[in-house]
Write a protein that binds this ligand. Sequence first.
Ligand SMILES: [Zn+2]
Length: 266
Amino acid sequence: MEKKNTYLGNDGLLHCTVCNEAVEVKFDVPVMGITGHGRMCKCQRELQKQIEERQRQQEEHIKRDRCFPSCIQHEWTFENDNGRNSKMQVAKKYVANWNEMKKNGLGLLLWGSVGSGKSYMAACVANELIKQGADVKMTNFATVLNDLFNCEDKNEYIRSLCRYSLLILDDLGIERNTEYSLENLFNVIDARYVSGKAMIITTNLNLEELKNQKQLSLKRIYDRVLERCIPVCVSENDFRKDNRVEAKVKFGKIINGGKMDEEKYE
Ligand SMILES: [Zn+2]
């Protein structure tokens, strides 16, 4: 540290002319010929703090760039939220309990119709966790499948997705359901599942479609997701729709003596 702008104080130590703090420490007895050492005064400590804060902000910016597909999502934060979606509270609680969520590999399944704000909610979680120092990746299923199709080492790509403490996958269910893509999709979800790492998944699919999937290659993906991601209905309308579906299923079971009812009552 610089020792410019100092004066010799009454205590025999050099002091900073700005903050008047001593800028050196002297030993009572010299140690191996050394009589003392410098110390940071208040100005230097504040300068140091500013440098560290700037570094932290730079690192945070790099993390945000790496996390999101575009800069738009940098602005999708709890602070910028209009407060209209009551389910935002769930996202806030998830962040507040992040250490426990992370330890248990627990995530969220944000489901609801198009435009209900699922991606916004997921990005809010990402931004807040990045602020806290976490490594987060937000991408979507179409991009992951495209990347997997084009990359040379698929295992390495999947491993790279597992390095993030939180992986957010947008738009489950809009990918083309070829056996090849479903196999790849399963591998990504399964790798996160096996490594016990948290995921947040958004989907336009109805919860019932996820729970009662008949196609096996889809079912094993959805089962993995449902095992670790807590379903949160993001749009109030869909929640009612889901209740209606559940009521219908119950109704069908009752009149069919416990068996699932395939018939429609509309
Ligand atoms: Zn000073």
